[in-house]
Design a protein around this ligand. Sequence first.
Ligand code: SF4
Length: 679
Amino acid sequence: MAQISDYFPYPSYRQHQREMLEAVAATAETGGILMIDAPTGSGKSSVIAPLLAKANGKKILVAVRTTTQLNIFINELNLIRKEKKPDLTYAYILGRGNVCPYKEIYPELHSACKKLKEKSGSLMNQAIDKGYNRPEFCPEIKEIIANENQEEPTICPAYIHGICRSDDLDSQFAFTPEAEDLIHELIYTNIPPDQLIEKAGSHCPYELMKAAAIRSDVIILNYVHILPTYIRPKLYKSLHCQPENIILLFDEAHNVGETILEHQSVTLTKRNLERITKELTKFNENNAYALALLPIITNIQNFMNKLMHKKFEEDTFSPQEFESALVHSTKYNTIEDIMLDVIEIGTLIEIDYSKSNDYREPAISKLWQFLYRFNCIKTNSDYLPIYLKERKSDLETEIKLKIRYIDPADILKDITDEHYATIFISGTLQPLEEYKKYYFRDKEIKLFSSPNVFPEKNRCIIGVNDVTSVSSRRTDPENNYNILTCINSLDKLPGNIAVYFPSYAFMYKYLELYKRCKSGKKIIVEPQNPKDRDEAARLIQEFCNLPKKGDAGILFAVCGGKWSEGLDFKGEMLTGVLVIGHPLSPCTEVRRKINALFDAKFHGKKGSFLSYDLPAINKSLQAFGRVLRTESDTGVLILAETRYTSRFLSKFPGWVNNEMKICSSKQVRSLIQDWIAIH
Ligand code: SF4
């Protein structure tokens, strides 16, 4: 079998890197689960080398969460190809939403694509039967394409363009020689993701990526292709691979748990119910299912209206009350009866939509998803029925019903049991033992923790012990004053600095106070609206460019926000970071109940620590880690939270709690002055 060195593309190993890669090689060879905590600088993207060395014919899937991570692995694989293995094959898969020319037209792109391909496929079959080797040259298809309303296409020209008659008896379709050239280029040379659409020209980029993935040794894809239980089997089927022959690598694996919880949960809104009612009303006159189901929607609306008077903004609702409210004065006795009719009418609506070339997913499928998850409550206590009151305006409050999934452990068990080997790696999988408990309980798995390899002299770590974000002290004048003292002290550090807060409300409050303290630094504030992605990218670019112009800025951002993870502020881009508070999610009734459920699972407070405090500590660590991205970077790192200098200090990596200078907010300024004097 190949050795790590056969694939390792660098002249030498970094400190502790060899041990890490050997741990990966052992898991890739014998199977099982490995969790790795590897801080910035440990060379974690090189884990791909031992995976390739020990794959032994198995496919390697690298699951990432962001485009930055995707590009890091692409660069690593390109380097391996250049230095060691010119014939290495790899591919990446971006979601249809990123590459499909119809992404603006169809919000539910997956189902629209399926239907466009179905209709295109049947026309292509007819064209081939008529003797056209290239269906796109068939006059009927040409005519349909020429007369299509571009806003409502009925077939997909990009898909048809890449297909020709197959010589293989088992299959009617093959890729055209031009499409084959592009697939070859995707597999063997480098088409960067940002050039894919242009390079694909009039071919479907998604189909090219998928074909390249089927033929490659390594596939890089997004978490959302792997983690949701309803997507993974379909994806593997389309890629012709079985999980027992896959080695799976999760990068930035501290996000895996949260992603699972998000995708296993489902929310039913007023808007969903309105769309369902509209659909059913259209069918009402001559369809018994629609007639029977309309009162169900009214019953859900009535149930929501009653929740409007509840005391809390969010809380659990009684499943028994929901079920009896749902079937009240209807022909149904149980949720299962309703679900059967929802499936029947859903199929009819889908057929009806297709007839009029409407490729939307029927709105009623949302009801099915909701009821399906609701039914899971009966056998699985990890599904929690909750309501959320959302204030739309002074006059309007909306109630949403949600089936919230609360514990990723069962799904992670299924994923890791299915696959030959699974490796979880992150720069902040800390404390590793706690993540292991949260993700895998007592299951036997291998752990590897790499120390921080950057020189200690390059950093000054300060822990402030008289500041907190605990809700009972948020309006305490002394606490407020201490927080402002920390910000103003860091402000004295030359160059760009960043301050991270536990919430946007917290951030705005101190932003206003800071503005009164006149500073020479340019203030850059993280936009709160997730839709302001372009503006956020422009602002962060402006911030990073300030030092080049001889200027300096102060970044106001939020832990867990878009600027707290995945950004590499190298060198002079950032010289100091201050993390204020412990960024817990709001302690609502639902949160209290989830904590109690976790405490019951773990027979003590450990449960709520794992499900509530651990993700918050991780957010702080992520924000904290924006400074010092390379071995030569220097900087000041401040954690301003009483809990971090006491109860939770041991939960931080060894290098943080060993080096932390614990002090009051008043003393921060002199520590920073000492730092400035020697740097
Ligand atoms: S086949 Fe490709 S181009 Fe056509 S709808 Fe699907 S993803 Fe879009």
